[in-house]
Design a protein around this ligand. Sequence first.
Ligand code: CA
Length: 372
Amino acid sequence: MSNYKDSNELQVTSNSRDSNELQVTSNELKTNDSKNSSLVTVFKVTRHSSLVTDKGGIALLIVLWVIAALTVTVFSFALLTRTEAHSTLSFKGGMENKFLAEAGIERGIMELFYRKQNADAQVVMKDTEVWKADGTPCSDTLGGGSYTVSITGESGKIDINNIPDIILKNLLLNSGVKDGDADIIVDSVMDWKDPDDLVRLHGAESDYYMSLPNPYKAKNADFDALEELLLVRGVTPALLYGSGEEKGIIDFLSVDAKSGTINVNYAPKEVLAAVPGLDSVIADRIIQYREDKQIEGVQELLELLGENYAVASPYLGTLDTNTFTIEAVGYKGNEKAGYRIKATVILDGNNKYRYLSYKSPAYVREWKKEKS
Ligand SMILES: [Ca+2]
């Protein structure tokens, strides 16, 4: 009996790791012994615990994998949210700059009407002065941001379609263009708009443009927009729009002036200095004079220009076409790069206006923030 018991116990022990539960149960039936039965029961409990441990390990692994997968997902979402947040902030900043610039344009239009109604005011209170329409920048703050507005009367600019080429050449030379390059640009501008295909000495017609990698024909008609100048031989974006602190010639040219003369009351210094017979000293004298009052007629011009009057006067006038270009740049906080809008408006009576053009955003150039 004891042998049987031992043998059974041995069998059970030997089976303890490999045998299955069914085999052990059969041993229990064979022995029919309470003590052995108890041993088998103990074994069964032990064997059951071992099963639980194995299953628990697998479950733990699964849980770890799920946690790892969830962690990756959570980090992905966090990264996505962070990117979205940055993009939203950037978009918000851009939109704020844009709305500030739009406010600047509206302010400019209001100032034009105010200017029109108060041009002849005898008594002017401080901070109620009319804004100059010669490109002088004015700044103001609004809702935690700021905008800079400059207004230029189109009649004070060089009409690219109507004004003699000598003024364009002087403007180019004063802008730092070399003499030979200036000749090419001036002749090419004239060839671009004249109806014929006869090439000027330094000019270019369709033959030249058709030989370019991306060929096109000369327009042989007036400029409709100043950006067309980029198609003309010799004109570069840096020359037209300016670079860094240098202003581009686009600020001094016009397709809306519709005049063969330059209005001395609006002309920026660079335009005045390009008129034959004038230089930067006389230009400063004119600007100084119109600080206080508008130039009304020949007699005032004669006094200002002196002996240069005869040469300069054919290019000068006081005709106001009521057409103005307003440039507004919106800045939020201390940003250096703002949003720029350039709009040309024509005033119609004392309370109506219409846009001739509206560029938003206007060309991109580094723009020094001006102070009022
Ligand atoms: Ca032509």
